[in-house]
Ligand binder design. Structure first.
Ligand SMILES: [Zn+2]
Ligand SMILES: [Zn+2]
Ligand SMILES: [Zn+2]
Length: 109
């Protein structure tokens, strides 16, 4: 079953008011509340608490949702997927990696 995604002005593929390009189709489960949000800005606008990021030790948790097919990826899978859904092949925005620190702790290594 596809989890609920929260955000501002969501479209069916989880784009939000902040990120609306054709490639902006992933949602991220925030570690603090365990809920999927379209992006960190949506979380900070809607949630009543500070965001928490995923520590490296928990990168096997399913925390990324492909808005095209509903497949859930672990953090590790997502960071290694080369911006493409391993199930449906939809392209993800490679620019998301520039702000991965908003969601995931920096690499330990
Ligand atoms: Zn939260
Ligand atoms: Zn947003
Ligand atoms: Zn997919």
């Amino acid at each position: 079953m596809r989890p609920d995604v929260h955000g501002l002005e969501l479209d069916p593929q989880t784009r939000c008011v902040h990120w609306r390009s054709p490639l902006d189709i992933i949602a991220i489960k925030m570690r603090c509340c365990g809920l999927y949000y379209a992006c960190r800005e949506c979380h900070d606008a809607l949630a009543d608490h500070a965001a928490a990021v995923w520590p490296v030790a928990e990168w096997d948790e399913a925390a990324i949702l492909c808005g095209a097919c509903g497949h859930e990826l672990s953090v590790r899978d997502y960071l290694g997927c080369e911006s493409q859904c391993p199930r449906c092949g939809a392209g993800f925005n490679p620019g998301c990696h520039k702000h991965r620190h908003l969601y995931f702790a920096e690499d330990a290594a």
